[in-house]
Design a protein around this ligand. Structure first.
Ligand code: KIV
Length: 264
């Protein structure tokens, strides 16, 4: 898959499936299921490292996870989230850091949060040196301290209009796709209709050109996280608990290892 395939899918009205991955084992599972895009999200900070936000995630950590995911992805478009402060300071730093991600991980694109004039200029510069960019609007988790939480965005007309304007700006600057996070359905649909590039929704309703979820959330591994938009397709948290308890019991009782696990 390439960024051009994403654009072609929008033109054909074909939905785009994207999922996060952070390691080679799940990257293989995700890719072999026929995923169109795999995102090494900075959500790794929360679902993998246990931080309360994505802010502490570093560029080195993203590169490490992206390299692991790269080894498991053969077909899907591989996109890497740029962590907080690696692309906001100025376009030169953004080019160096995003360039490092492409060069050192083999990913095909990066994702940046925000749609200000300055961010659009950064996108323009990145695209001009050959770095494809996915945008991210609505709830942009790296700004959680400005927003004061992880709630819905764009409910008020003025904010909705500002998000639509930012989406147009990012598309004009050369983004090949934009993630829309936590928006009312109507606004996400309006943005999707207005743009020539695909929108990938999370908590933004069914009218986006594609959907993205965080893999441990979808698998039921992030127990206790149940926002309205999330559908758990498995209960792997419960399955893992049960397997691990069973192992403890069998070690204590002498049931494991059995003769079939023993070298004579
Ligand atoms: O970090 C992440 O996983 C993301 C997705 C939620 C889109 O940005």
């Amino acid at each position: 898959m390439t960024t051009r395939d994403f654009l072609a899918m929008k033109r054909r009205g074909e939905k785009i499936a994207v999922l996060t991955a952070y390691d080679v084992l799940f990257a293989r599972v995700v890719d072999e299921a026929g995923m169109d895009g795999v995102l090494v999200g900075d959500s790794v900070g929360q679902v993998f490292a246990g931080y309360s936000s994505t802010l502490p995630v570093t560029l080195e950590q993203m590169i490490y996870h992206a390299q692991a995911v790269r080894r498991g992805v053969r077909r899907a478009l591989l996109i890497v989230d740029m962590p907080f402060l690696t692309y906001q300071v100025n376009p030169e730093e953004a080019i160096r850091n995003c360039g490092r991600v492409l060069q050192e991980t083999g990913a095909q694109a990066v994702k940046l949060e925000g749609g200000s004039e300055a961010m659009a200029e950064t996108v323009r510069r990145l695209v001009s040196v050959g770095i494809p960019v996915m945008g991210h609007l609505g709830l942009t988790p790296q700004s959680v301290n400005v927003f004061g939480g992880y709630g819905l965005h764009g409910r008020e007309e003025e904010e909705g209009a500002a998000i639509l304007a930012a989406a147009r700006r990012l598309a004009g600057a050369g983004c090949f796709s934009i993630v829309l996070e936590m928006l009312p359905r109507g606004l996400a649909a309006e943005i999707t209709r207005a743009l020539p590039i695909p929108t990938i929704g999370i908590g933004a309703g069914p009218d986006c050109d594609g959907q993205v979820l965080v893999l441990p959330d979808l698998l039921g591994l992030n127990e206790g996280f149940h926002p309205r938009f999330l559908k758990c397709y498995a209960e792997l948290g419960a399955a893992a608990r049960s397997a691990v308890s069973h192992y403890v019991q069998e070690v204590k009782s002498g049931g494991y290892p059995g003769p079939e696990h023993t070298y004579e």
